[in-house]
Design a protein around this ligand. Structure first.
Ligand code: ATP
Length: 227
């Protein structure tokens, strides 16, 4: 039987007083790669933010990696985020330290203590994204695509049950986007569940997968045409 990683039932998503999405019914199972598409302003980021606890869920039901979004407390959020790997359009790397130190910083902040294990973990995740030899570099010494690979490596540090990627290729040229996408596909093949918001239809066509669309305050699954 497939394991449910995310389930929203009749959920409404708000930005303050404004209703962004209503009657959201979405289920994501372990191992799936799911796109979230929709025009600008239709609520993709708000949807993602609700999932990682940046926006509260006040209406409907929402369960994500064993957390109930409806009863989520402020103090639970860091623990929820440890089970999620979040990737943003603008990478969000710390610019004042090397790639290795960016990753070690996250491990320390999430309670890792053993130096050897930390070094081994950093090497493991950098290897997964093809950046093993670049750990000594500072973010500004890397291309956009390389910085995004590091951000993906960072998202993998605590073996997340679900990766939420909000427009991860939004700042990259088409060729680099495909390279980053290949990394995400590889990670998915190795068992990680991924939800990726994007407006890059070229990627969707090249790597077809289950697709959810935000439109007119609704989220629904779209069937991709073949050929
Ligand atoms: N901080 C905020 N406060 C109030 N309203 C907001 C806020 N952020 C977004 N909104 C509104 O919520 C709606 C959905 O925005 P959201 O950013 O989720 O869309 P999106 O689909 O991710 O767009 P984009 O592709 O441009 O990132 C929009 O009408 C937007 O104006």
């Amino acid at each position: 039987m497939s394991e449910t990683i995310l389930q929203l039932k009749d959920a409404s998503i708000y930005q303050g007083e404004n209703l962004v999405l209503s009657n959201v019914n979405v289920e994501i199972n372990k191992g799936e790669f799911v796109y979230l598409i929709g025009k600008t302003g239709t609520g993709k980021s708000s949807f993602m933010k609700t999932l990682y606890g940046d926006l509260p869920l006040n209406e409907g039901e929402g369960f994500i990696v064993d957390y109930d979004l409806k009863t989520l407390k402020e103090k639970d959020i860091p623990f929820l985020r440890r089970k999620l790997g979040v990737i943003f359009q603008d990478f969000k790397l710390l610019i004042d330290r090397t790639v290795n130190d960016n990753l070690l910083f996250v491990l320390k902040a999430t309670g890792w203590k053993d130096k050897d294990k930390m070094t081994a973990k950093v090497e493991e995740v950098l290897t997964k994204v093809g950046m093993k030899t670049k750990g000594f570099k500072f973010p500004h010494e890397l291309s956009g695509g390389e910085q995004q690979r590091v951000a993906i490596a960072r998202a993998l540090l605590n073996d997340p049950e679900l990766i939420l990627a909000d427009e991860p290729t939004g700042n990259l040229d088409p060729q680099t986007s495909v390279e980053v996408m290949k990394v995400l596909q590889e990670i998915n093949k190795n068992g990680n569940t991924i939800l990726m918001a994007t407006h890059d239809y070229a990627l969707l066509l090249k790597y077809p997968s289950k697709t959810l669309k935000c439109d007119e305050n609704q989220v629904y699954e779209v069937v991709q045409r073949k050929g």
